[in-house]
Design a protein around this ligand. Structure first.
Ligand code: FE
Length: 207
């Protein structure tokens, strides 16, 4: 991709930081202090578990606090900042709400725009050319591949993230989650549900 194009919104990667990380990783590997699969495991945990924690808190708050939800849907950047989450790649957030009738999913068709402060780093598939193209052309098929079967009556809306706007999905609160605390609810919120390729987890039955 040419530099200086309209979509050239990714700040130049910090070459120093990237190089340092690589150098550190190489050093640790060469000393036998870590194994590559351990590095990958850490990256995966970050990607799936730690990164999206902030987003999960935002979602849980919206589920229990209607006034917060209203602010979130109106001005997501400000409402997310209320919980202390802001920063690079999250300056202009828009939250779209899933309902019985509408299912939202997010993509960046041109590269990999993603709301870092709430979801962490994007998963590999999110950056893949296949997802970026197919999410727009055949969203229902893509959703089915993720295990999400939607009724025909549900409208699917696909939101294309960019430098200017980064989307996050507010998934539906799962049935059977009445009476759960905000903290418990946050654990039901998966990364995929906030990208819109999945739903929030069903609560486990009380033991
Ligand atoms: Fe992008």
């Amino acid at each position: 991709m040419k530099k200086g194009n309209a979509h050239g919104h990714h700040p130049q990667p910090l070459p120093d930081v990237a190089l340092r990380v690589k150098a550190l990783e190489a050093l640790l590997l060469s000393k036998g202090l870590i194994a590559t699969d351990a590095v990958e495991k850490v990256a995966e945990v970050y990607e799936k578990e730690i990164g999206p924690l902030n987003g999960a808190k935002v979602v849980a708050r919206a589920w229990v606090d209607p006034a917060y939800k209203e602010r979130l849907l109106k001005d997501a950047t400000a409402a997310i900042a209320e919980l202390g989450f802001s920063g690079m790649q999250g300056e202009h957030m828009v939250v779209v709400e899933n309902t019985e009738k509408v299912h939202n999913m997010i993509v960046c068709t041109l590269c990999s725009c993603y709301p870092w402060p709430v979801l962490g780093l994007p998963p590999v598939w999110y950056k893949s050319p296949a997802y970026r193209a197919r999410a727009v052309i055949e969203p229902r098929t893509v959703l089915r591949e993720f295990g999400l079967e939607l009724e025909d009556s549900v409208e699917v809306r696909v939101w294309d993230s960019s430098a200017e706007l980064r989307y996050m999905v507010l998934p539906r609160r799962p049935p059977g989650s009445q009476g759960m605390t905000e903290q418990q609810l946050a654990r039901l919120v998966t990364r995929d549900s906030m990208i819109g390729v999945g739903e929030a987890k069903a609560p486990r039955k009380a033991r």
